[in-house]
Design a protein around this ligand. Structure first.
Ligand code: IDP
Ligand code: MG
Length: 146
């Protein structure tokens, strides 16, 4: 997941991270960086034909991002549900975009949409040494398989 430049510039990094952390999602990678144009093109390559592609590149490279890797069961769907719909006008209350954003091009967060895109995007943003494998003592209270 990425907290986009709009989230960093608006001072929402802590708030957004806190929502996921409070939900019990496990952080296994976390870094701040500025995306250059080459990385932006690669990251958003599926959108190259969209009319908003140039604006997408401009927005994601304009300032810094915070990149996060979460781990957990159903983590991709959990993250996307918490993000809300792409267009904040359609994002429900209680979602990050529904509560905090009002423009699709400034919608604060990016989340991978499938295991394949997650693997591809994690490899774009993180070296293996930046991904952490650790036990959380609280998992027995957060992750109960039934
Ligand atoms: P997602 O971020 O919810 O997965 P995508 O369809 O993958 O949405 O689009 C990637 C990003 O492109 C969105 O997060 C949003 O910032 C931007 N975007 C999508 N649709 C539009 C649009 O119609 N106008 C402007 N920007 C858009
Ligand atoms: Mg997407």
């Amino acid at each position: 997941m990425l907290i986009k430049p709009s989230g960093v510039q608006r001072g929402l990094v802590g708030h957004i991270l806190s929502r996921f952390e409070s939900r019990g999602l496990k952080i296994v990678g976390l870094k701040m960086m500025q995306i250059d144009e080459a990385l932006a093109r690669e990251h958003y390559r599926d959108h190259v034909d969209k009319h908003f592609f140039d604006m997408l590149l401009q927005r994601i490279t304009k300032s810094h991002v915070v990149a996060i890797v979460f781990e957990g069961s159903n983590v991709i769907q959990n993250v996307r549900t918490m993000m809300g719909a792409t267009n904040p006008s359609q994002a429900g209350p209680g979602t990050i975009r529904g509560d905090l954003a009002n423009s699709a091009s400034l919608n604060l967060v990016h989340g991978s949409d499938s295991p394949e895109s997650a693997a591809r995007e994690i490899a774009l943003f993180f070296a293996d040494t930046e991904l952490h494998n650790y036990e959380r003592a609280l998992d027995e209270w957060l992750v109960l398989e039934e």
